[in-house]
Design a protein around this ligand. Structure first.
Ligand SMILES: Nc1ncnc2c1ncn2[C@@H]1O[C@H](COP(=O)(O)OP(=O)(O)OP(=O)(O)O)[C@@H](O)[C@H]1O
Ligand SMILES: [Mg+2]
Length: 233
């Protein structure tokens, strides 16, 4: 049975949309098919060409219900749901569809305060330190903040995702011809953590050497099986 991962959170700009696409891209690199479900009415669907996953429009309750139902009957596909900010009641409802809820947050006090409230409200949720500083001093300070303020939730934390300016490439309407290696590796590591949490098997993989080379992006999205006849977003 297909499983749904919901990327939610009440705070704006934490990286929900970016991380939904990063996760789907990483799942594709690890050989897992996924659908990225857009539920945020403030965003437009992205073009599927060149992506290794399928972006789908689920902005109306009817579209979302239909997609969740179809995903429930196909094997081997994951649904990754991109929520919108400031919809705590809708987040609760979306979380009910999900096998795992991911709450990205940045290192600010405001983000940490909000993610703690969301962790309390959403028992299936894990927190994802996102846009994490790569500068050693700032990173240690951010890790210390989290260790002291979120000690109670240690078992519900994913590994931090670094700030990578290239991550905005994933949200271009047309997928770029190439994706920098550090972003591809971040996508793989993120996807592997999520599959571990879901206890979904994947083939062992190696990270690409990060020597500044830029790898070519895959060019064909996966073909949905006939019983997942989805209208691409
Ligand atoms: N890992 C990252 N590294 C660098 N910048 C990032 C990263 N993740 C997200 N960003 C940037 O942070 C900003 C907010 O990201 P995004 O739109 O994904 O957040 P969101 O939570 O979906 O926002 P909203 O609440 O408005 O839906 C964007 O400018 C995006 O490019
Ligand atoms: Mg968003």
């Amino acid at each position: 049975m297909a499983q749904i991962i919901a990327i939610l959170g009440n705070k704006g700009g934490t990286g929900k949309t970016t991380n939904a696409h990063l996760l789907c891209y990483g799942l594709g690199l690890l050989g897992t098919h996924s659908v990225c479900l857009l539920t945020d009415t403030h965003r437009e669907p992205l073009d599927k060409h060149g992506r290794n996953y399928l972006p789908m429009d689920a902005r109306t309750p009817a579209q979302l219900a239909a997609l969740v139902k179809k995903l429930g009957v196909v094997d081997g596909w994951l649904g990754v749901l991109d929520g919108g900010a400031n919809h705590p009641e809708r987040d609760l409802a979306l979380a009910q569809h999900a096998a795992l809820v991911i709450l990205p947050f940045r290192e600010s006090h405001e983000d940490i305060r909000t993610v703690i409230t969301d962790l309390e409200r959403l028992p299936k949720a894990v927190a994802l330190p996102s846009q994490w500083p790569t500068n050693t001093w700032q990173r240690e300070a951010a890790n210390r903040s989290v260790a002291s303020q979120m000690a109670k939730y240690r078992a519900r934390m994913l590994e931090p995702l670094n700030a990578i300016s290239a991550s905005k490439l994933l949200l271009q309407h047309n997928f770029p011809d190439s994706i920098p290696t550090p972003l591809r590796n971040a996508a793989r590591r993120f996807a592997a953590q999520v599959l571990d949490r879901l206890r979904v098997h994947y083939e062992a993989f190696e990270l690409e050497p990060e020597d500044g080379s830029v790898a070519a992006a895959p060019s064909t999205p996966p073909e949905p099986p006939p019983n997942l006849a989805l209208a691409p977003g």
